[in-house]
Design a protein around this ligand. Structure first.
Ligand code: BGC
Length: 731
């Protein structure tokens, strides 16, 4: 599907001709849906109305979109008021933040990105859309496509990690999944790539903070996932809260009009983030509410969320001539065209079928998909002595505050999950326990506090066991919106538990719960095995059991670098080269920290399985790449282990000399393949100059002739490169 499909047809023209200024401004307003069961506590309570007021607004044509309420039957009531009781009968759009599952909860997007399988994300987004549209929704404020290079920022959990190429692949897949093949189908859910733009680059990793960024980094790192999402057919974009080099993103003409509409030809709708227009006043970028409205609207923000500013000020701004009427009509036309694109004018009651809602409330296929997605998202960081998978017949101690927990299963931004179906670690492990094995479960401590006698009980259980599964990590509320951290470590009470348990000498397998990369310390870092389990969603316990007992060989890879220490942030693998890189021979007067080298403890792309994969040397088919040519890069990978394994083969590139300092490596391709024991496979990637392009010193975008290095490797820190030269363009 392409996104050139928003025709402003005669029906829309005729509506525009009949609408009052107030009705036009009303179509540009997005308000909390207080008529239906509403997701509480996810946004500040600003400008809230009660159900009767919301219905009055719908009746009066003062609102065109409601968000974060659910339910098909009441959705029909709202729509009936819009269609039958409002003057022009324009149907309302019903939106919500459905980020990684609706009733069935899939892994947080960061975890799912670890699968390195965009097609998996497409399937979970499709399932999400089926459930969300059944529950009376047309539009989700997802996917978040922010590139997160600083792990202190809590909203990295909502995106695909620190890499742009991976981010593009997941952005596009999620849009395809949400929207499906036919926007008019009852189960098509409009997607919204967000937050435009550079939200992941907030200074110090503090949410809502300012962004100082070069043009090169903005265009080469942060914008491409938005472009990928739009190319996949997204028809709406949400602005960001942050400013960019002093200009708030939500009033940023250069971005909203220049890049989005001018450069990219985006025909769709730009929606503000929650009260982002109002916040222009707090930013000190607008004098008052009216000025904020003027700046946001004329910059290119079509829809205003929750502030009520557009309804309050746009009519007067048009009457005073400060906002040209054609500009208002264009924005309203886009919103009406969006409604038309999903068939709302032909069938205002689409996606509002209580029978379908009941049918879709619990689908076995989605449960199975949630388990599959969850186990495919688990990353095995280390596995000393092959402690995993657990051999049958062992005495197992499951220790830690997440052992029986059901409150930290879903991860951030899950508003409508069916909690009755969440599977705890204990429940999943018991269900998968081999007949001869035993399982003892001890909490040991709370999420952030010690428990009376907790450590003693945990130590006793560890002593009596052959292996400890140590379920520790971040509480769920540590990641997501407004959850920025200065230290990306375990809460001290959990670290103390880990130290005490490890001191028993019983081998420890860490089951890490996390919404970001963490700085692992002491007994957690030094455990025999570590599984990164993120927040895996409804099927958490079963998915972990699949991996722990060997039913599934872990196949995910880190989409974010795990640093040695918090103080390395922002740390990302594709950082620019310094003039003083550390060498094996010398570390004095080099770019490093006093305590640690400029490396990751576990790099981007790293992850193990139960097989053992060896890489042959990387080979290029020719030493040169013609300007208009293509070059094949190949390597043979072999599973020399005894178990089946899935490997994520990664292609990295480095531009040796350029007009701007280039990253030490950049991911240019990846392929996931299954290898039986003894099986080998030659993996071939093709490169052309398009993949070598970047924002050059003069601001233009393109490749520069010269030397390049290329790796085919199992992580961003592994392998030996081959070289080639990009030749000059023909004269
Ligand atoms: C978040 C958005 C979200 C919106 C509506 C904001 O606080 O930044 O991601 O879509 O609220 O709930």
């Amino acid at each position: 599907m392409s996104n050139d499909a928003l025709p402003v047809d005669s029906r829309i023209q005729s509506l525009l001709a009949r609408m009052t200024l107030e009705e036009k401004a009303g179509q540009l307003g997005v308000f909390a849906d207080m008529v239906r069961p509403f997701a509480p506590d996810v946004n500040p309570e600003t400008n809230m109305r009660n159900a009767a007021q919301v219905l009055d607004d719908v009746r009066a044509g003062r609102v065109g979109t409601l968000f974060n309420g659910v339910g098909a039957a009441q959705g029909r009531q709202i729509q009936r008021v819009a269609v039958e009781e409002s003057r022009l009968g324009i149907p309302v759009l019903l939106a919500a933040d459905v980020i990684h599952g609706m009733r069935t909860v899939f892994p947080i997007p960061l975890g799912e990105a670890a699968s390195f399988e965009p097609e998996l994300a497409e399937r979970t987004a499709r399932a999400t859309a089926v459930e969300a549209t059944a529950a009376g929704l047309h539009w989700t404020f997802a996917p978040a496509v922010d590139v997160a290079r600083d792990q202190r920022w809590g909203r990295g959990a909502e995106g695909a990690g620190e890499d742009t190429l991976l981010g593009c692949a997941f952005a596009a897949a999620r849009v395809r999944g949400f929207q499906g093949d036919d926007l008019r189908a009852a189960d098509a859910l409009l997607a919204t790539p967000k937050h435009f733009a550079a939200y992941g680059a907030v200074a110090g990793g503090m949410d809502y903070n300012y962004v100082e960024i070069s043009d090169g980094t903005l265009h080469d790192v942060h914008l491409p996932p938005f472009k990928a999402a739009l190319d996949a057919g997204a028809l709406t974009v949400m602005t960001a809260f942050n400013d960019i080099n002093g200009v708030p993103a939500s009033a940023n003409q250069a971005l909203l009009t220049g890049v989005l509409r001018g450069q990219w030809g985006f025909p769709g709708v730009v929606v503000s983030d929650y009260t982002a227009d109002m916040e222009l006043v707090a930013h000190g970028y607008a004098e008052d509410d009216r000025d904020a409205t003027l700046r946001a609207f004329t910059a290119g923000m079509d829809m205003s969320m929750q502030s009520g500013f557009y309804a309050a000020h746009l009519p007067a701004l048009v009457e005073s001539g400060q906002v040209p009427l054609p500009l208002l009509d264009a924005a309203v036309g886009r919103v009406l065209a969006l409604k038309a694109a999903i068939g709302l004018f032909d069938d205002p009651y689409r996606s509002l079928d209580p029978a379908r809602e009941a049918d879709a409330s619990h689908l076995e296929a989605h449960e199975a998909l949630a388990r599959e997605a969850a186990r495919r998202s688990i990353v095995l960081l280390k596995n000393e002595g092959g402690v995993l998978p657990l051999a049958g017949g062992q005495r197992i101690a499951l220790v830690g505050p997440f052992a029986r927990d059901l409150d930290n299963i879903e991860g951030c931004w899950t508003l409508f999950g069916d909690r009755t179906r969440y599977v705890s670690l204990e429940a999943g492990l018991r269900a998968g326990l081999p007949a001869e094995a035993s399982l003892q479960v001890v909490d040991g401590c709370g999420l952030e506090t010690a428990l009376e006698g907790g450590i003693e009980a945990a130590v006793a259980a560890a002593r009596a066991a052959d292996v400890v599964l140590l379920a520790v990590g971040e509480p769920q509320r540590y990641s997501g919106e407004a959850q920025s951290r200065t230290r990306i470590e375990l809460p001290p009470a959990q670290q103390a538990l880990a130290e005490a348990v490890a001191a028993t000498g019983t081998p420890v397998v860490v089951l890490l719960r996390n919404g970001r990369a963490l700085a692992l310390e002491g007994a957690v870092r030094d455990a025999q095995a570590i599984l990164v389990t993120w927040f895996l969603g409804s099927q958490t316990g079963h998915a972990v059991a699949d991996v722990v007992f060997g039913g599934y060989s872990p196949s995910a890879r880190l989409p974010v670098s795990f640093p040695h220490a918090s103080g390395q942030q922002p740390y990302f693998y594709n950082h620019p080269r310094t003039g003083r890189p550390e060498t094996p021979q010398m570390s004095e007067f080099k770019a490093r920290w006093r305590e640690y080298p400029n490396t990751a403890l576990y790099p981007f792309g790293h992850g193990l399985g139960y097989g053992r994969i060896e890489y042959g040397p990387v080979r290029v088919d020719a030493p040169v790449l013609e300007w208009d040519g293509a070059l094949k890069v190949r390597a043979t990978v072999r599973n020399v282990g005894a178990c089946m394994a899935e490997e994520v083969v990664q292609l990295y590139l480095h531009d040796r000399v350029a007009s701007r300092v280039r990253p030490v490596r950049e991911l240019k391709g990846f392929r996931k393949l299954a290898l039986a024991p003894g099986q080998s496979c030659e993996v071939v990637f093709e490169l052309d100059r398009g993949q070598l392009a970047f924002t050059r010193a003069d601001g233009s975008f393109g490749a520069e002739p010269g030397r390049f290095e290329v790796w085919i490797a199992p992580s961003a820190a592994a392998g030996e490169p081959a070289g080639f030269e990009l030749l000059q363009p023909p004269a």
